[in-house]
Design a protein around this ligand. Sequence first.
Ligand SMILES: Cc1cc2nc3c(=O)[nH]c(=O)nc-3n(C[C@H](O)[C@H](O)[C@H](O)COP(=O)(O)OP(=O)(O)OC[C@H]3O[C@@H](n4cnc5c(N)ncnc54)[C@H](O)[C@@H]3O)c2cc1C
Length: 323
Amino acid sequence: MTMMQPDDWIDLNRGAAPNCEVEGGIAAPVPVEGIRGRLTAKAPLAKLVWFKSGGAADWLFEPADLDDLKTFVEKLEGQLPLMALGLGSNLIIRDGGVPGVVVRLGKPFAGVKVTGKTSLECGAGASGILVASTARDAGIAGLEFLRGIPGTVGGFVRMNGGAYGREVADILVDCDVLMPDGQLITLPVSDLQYSYRHSALPDGAVVVSARFEGRPGNPEEIGAEMDRIADAREQSQPLRTKTGGSTFKNPNGCKAWQLVDDAGCRGFKLGGAQVSEKHTNFLINTGDATSADIEGLGELVREKVYAKSGVELQWEIQRVGRR
Ligand SMILES: Cc1cc2nc3c(=O)[nH]c(=O)nc-3n(C[C@H](O)[C@H](O)[C@H](O)COP(=O)(O)OP(=O)(O)OC[C@H]3O[C@@H](n4cnc5c(N)ncnc54)[C@H](O)[C@@H]3O)c2cc1C
């Protein structure tokens, strides 16, 4: 097998044969033979996530298509950790970067097809807004809530993304998942064991597509509901900032934002990170925050909330990588 070293860089779209002659030990090789996608060593991730902070992936892989991804994962033989990345709307990438391979599903995985009167098949790289508007145009109701969640189908399926009383668990029929050993399997919704913003999807598993089921609806009414959702978001959330969405899960029976507010944390700052004045369950990067600032601020907020109310807030935002 041809392997590449993390210190090498190659754009496989150019068809160049990789030069893998590297002296010394192999720190973290990746397979390249027969791979058609784009593979980048030490790839900065900050520009790919909403917070715009954090370090680099040892490797970033942007597969050309599903076969390409499958071949890559099979050849990797589980030797390196693998993590899927969507739009990075729910992620703190730590400043030391992410070990192993980050897989980013781009355009080849971003299609949405209407497959029946009330059903859709979506690539895992498709955005929530594309899924919701395709459903609207086909007169499929029940997926409007995806209009307001700025992520991809893969992220929604893993996180059980939801809003306005609806969540992915309510619309998912099944999904195709590439397991870390290279097996492609179809998981019915029941296998994901969904709970609030959580699924049982194993680490390293990459969702590649998902089938959703809605109900018959009127495109105008669906469109009006989507507009209402977009307006409500605009009013209540710091959408045009560098943020990661809701920081903490809502504990049973209460709202995380209320607990944060009651603990006096509105506008609270650490380095370049701040608790949003507009929505206290959002942390924002005011400009040059490091991920350590953002995560540290979150931990300070957790301490203050615990001291005030005795509630231990749980992170909703995924924090990954080396500190
Ligand atoms: C302004 C704003 C508002 C938001 N509002 C909401 C909301 O109302 N409701 C809500 O639920 N969330 C909300 N979020 C959070 C976020 O949009 C969701 O969690 C979304 O599901 C993340 O999708 P993503 O594709 O960007 O995933 P990422 O943030 O890139 O990743 C999140 C997690 O999903 C995993 N993942 C991503 N793609 C895949 C894949 N293909 N296969 C397997 N795992 C994958 C990642 O490894 C990571 O663990 C908001 C975020 C922002 C910034």
